[in-house]
Design a protein around this ligand. Structure first.
Ligand code: FE
Length: 337
């Protein structure tokens, strides 16, 4: 019969207690820095807390400010997770050494390869499709085909674009460079600039309003801006066109997240990330802003689904980051302000 070993018993008990106290000190809270605004993240965090008991504390700010803060705080950062609204900023955070790789079968299974970092430092959670929107009174959809075709002289003085300063357009042009090479991409962008009906506009909504008012015929925007505008005024003469369906597919970007390099609650943070990719949160994450779930097994919100389904560009979004600086310089050379 084994003899009772008092010393071992004490060690075992104190080990269990230390686990328990470590758990109670660290694992009950995850701290998130989010460039997605509160109303777009709180419903998912509440659902996570309800399911796991783990609290989520969050700070929202613009992406540049949050990344600068992570850099300044270094090892002392309270943040466990960074959420941004595009791949370019997640790529920049990863490159600055602010994120850490996450090996997770759940994430690998839920998020398609082209929507996550090949080094596993960030993961897309919702898809934002940047597509063509046209004036239904001035354009027949048979005239439209591709992003590249908007450089054709037939669109002279018919195109509106948002400013090149916005990361969405920088990502789009970066993907064109990845696809066609720099010289060909520059020709396309020069063609767009030659076709502008007006100076580049401050935001996607303004571009849509110009198209609706007949000041131009077609523009390039993220679909959720179209959705918001159409909910306000369903009578606007605007419609979605999905370009490049016979070749590269629609340019998509992501809202996504990564775990910070110095996270102190890594396990709980990974649990939150996995939760956000799952069927329990994917609809909350996407539908609240009229985006598309990143997890392809999740149904699209009916209001959004009514715009039709489309083939996405399957190129990995890491290219949007790698080629962002090249894209900015190219747009400048091409006179796209
Ligand atoms: Fe946006």
């Amino acid at each position: 019969m084994p003899r009772f070993n008092r010393n071992r018993f004490v060690v075992a008990v104190s080990f269990v207690f230390s686990l328990f106290s470590a758990h109670s000190v660290h694992a009950e809270e995850v701290v998130v820095y989010s460039a997605r605004i509160e109303q777009l993240i709180k419903p998912m965090f509440d659902a996570f807390t309800k399911e796991t008991g783990i609290k989520v504390r969050y700070t929202t700010d613009n992406e540049g400010a949050l990344i600068a803060r992570l850099e300044a705080e270094g090892k002392n950062t309270p943040a466990d997770m960074l959420i941004t609204a595009d791949a370019g900023n997640l790529w920049a955070a990863a490159r600055a050494g602010l994120l850490k790789p996450v090996k997770s079968d759940v994430l690998d299974n839920n998020i398609p390869v082209h929507l996550r970092d090949p080094g596993n430092e960030w993961f897309g959670l919702s898809i934002r499709a940047r597509t063509l929107i046209y004036n239904t009174k001035r354009v027949d959809s048979s005239e439209l085909s591709t992003y590249e075709d908007l450089a054709d002289p037939k669109w002279r003085k018919r195109l509106c674009l948002r400013t090149s300063k916005k990361v969405y357009n920088q990502s789009l042009v970066a993907m064109l460079i990845a696809e066609h090479g720099e010289a060909e991409a520059e020709k396309i962008v020069r063609g767009w600039v030659a076709n502008l009906a007006t100076d580049p506009l401050s935001d996607d909504t303004r571009a849509l309003e110009f198209v609706a008012a007949g000041k131009c015929d077609v523009t390039l925007v993220n679909t959720y801006y179209f959705g918001r505008l159409m909910q306000k005024d369903p009578s606007l003469p605007l419609a979605v066109f999905w370009p490049n369906q016979n070749n590269s597919g629609v340019h998509v970007n992501i809202s996504g997240a990564g775990i910070t390099r110095y996270s102190r609650n890594e396990q709980a943070a990974i649990q939150l990330l996995e939760f956000l990719s799952s069927d329990k949160a994917q609809n909350l994450f996407a539908d609240v802003n009229m985006e598309y779930p990143a997890n392809p097994r999740i149904k699209v919100d009916p209001f959004v689904a009514a715009w039709g389904s489309f083939k996405q560009n399957p190129m990995n979004l890491v290219k949007a980051g790698e080629l962002q600086t090249t894209a900015v310089k190219l747009m400048d050379r091409a006179g796209y302000r």
